[in-house]
Design a binder for this molecule. Structure first.
Ligand code: PLP
Length: 363
């Protein structure tokens, strides 16, 4: 194509819309005619304050949460949220509940275990993470502080088709690889969080969206810099924020608006991932999908092939044909195509065709 861009299926940091990159490039040296770059600007300036505020409102609006929630921008990635969540919301007499659906869910659970009592409400580990387990109120411990789920499992390639119906305890979700990819009523959640580097922008900023009434219950016995409430009170300008990452997120959110919002992106995403799942399902076992069909993710499509040599050959040939990032996570192997919002239909079409051709030649 005109910028010699590769078909980018990286799991994260992931593809960004070309027009977002070009807009940022145009503004890099002289931000909106101010004679300096945003990279050089004080975070106490009116320009940055306004950008920060506008981005928070834009995000809440696109998520369908214009009222009653705070959007907080932090550093540290989604992994830091694994620790901040229990620091803020797990009281000494309570138990934090986790559903284990993959390695990021396990990491979240382990971090909470350093801080207090934890309980595995459900797990698909014995099924090699191939499915999303059922959860009911009976799965929970006594005196639960919250129930944590990982909405989309980036490494394994599974996702919750619907939100678990647990109303007796605050529901919290890691939405790092899923946020803004489909229309969901997020009101059942007390908190969601996401590292930006998949559907929101570049790495460096992490968002936590917390219901205001739950935020009031957060601990004030932890250092201020760890407190969600302190970030909310200070509009996420408690210390120096990752200004440029927030700016890039602002551009991505405006791009989402231009695509006619999340509902439209959901439709595109189902068509895009469908192109690849159809090839897997129609390959007579040449490509073997890893996840049970009902729990498959449109964001991270995972499969295996007959042996590791063939998988290595697939990856090597795909790279020659202009594809990027198709190797599975180093912990699980196999293949993975991450088709986040910014991955164009054309890239998924090209991958489907490449997969058909490869199967013809090697099947
Ligand atoms: N949670 C999920 C679902 C992820 O996909 C990732 C990263 O890929 C993380 C957490 C960890 O994010 P970070 O690297 O921002 O700490």
């Amino acid at each position: 194509n005109k910028r010699n861009r590769r078909y980018n299926f990286n799991p994260g940091p992931a593809a960004l819309p070309l027009e977002v990159l070009e807009e940022a490039q145009g503004q890099l040296v002289d931000y909106e005619g101010k004679g300096i770059s945003l990279l050089e600007m004080s975070h106490r300036s009116r320009t940055v304050e306004e950008l920060n505020h506008e981005t928070q409102i834009l995000l809440l609006t696109l998520l369908g949460l214009p009222q009653g929630y705070e959007a907080i921008f932090m550093g540290g990635g989604a992994s830091t949220q694994f620790a901040l969540l229990p620091m803020n919301f797990l009281k000494p007499h309570q138990t934090a509940n986790y559903v284990l659906t993959g390695s990021f869910a396990e990491k979240a659970y382990k971090e909470a275990s350093y801080l207090g009592s934890t309980h595995v409400a459900a797990s698909s580990k014995d099924h090699k993470w191939r499915c999303i387990p059922a959860i009911t109120e009976e799965s929970l411990s006594g005196d639960p502080a919250y129930l944590h789920i990982t909405m989309n499992n980036t490494i394994e390639g599974s996702r919750y088709t619907s939100i678990p119906e647990v109303t007796s305890t605050p529901l919290v979700a890691d939405m790092t690889s899923e946020i803004l990819s489909r229309k969901l009523d997020l009101n059942p959640f007390s908190m969601i969080y996401a590292g930006a580097q998949k559907n929101l922008g570049p790495a460096g900023v992490t968002v936590a969206i917390i219901r205001e009434s739950w935020l009031e219950l957060a601990s004030d016995r932890i250092p201020e810099i760890m407190r969600y409430a302190a970030f909310a009170t200070n509009k996420s300008l408690l210390n120096t924020p990752p200004v440029h990452a927030i700016y890039m997120m602002n551009l991505v959110l405006k791009w989402v608006e231009k695509q006619a919002g999340v509902e439209q992106l959901e439709k595109y995403n189902l068509v895009k991932s469908g192109l690849i799942y159809d090839v897997i399902d129609g390959s007579g076992g040449f490509y073997q999908g890893i996840i049970d069909a009902k729990d498959r993710s449109p964001m991270n499509i995972t499969w295996r092939m007959a042996n590791e040599d063939l998988e290595r050959q697939f990856i090597a040939e795909s790279e020659v044909h202009g594809f990027e990032g198709l190797a599975g996570h180093r912990s699980v192997g196999g293949l993975r195509a991450s088709a986040y919002n910014a991955v164009p239909h054309e890239a998924c079409q090209a991958l489907a065709e490449f997969m058909l051709d490869f199967a013809r030649r090697h099947g």
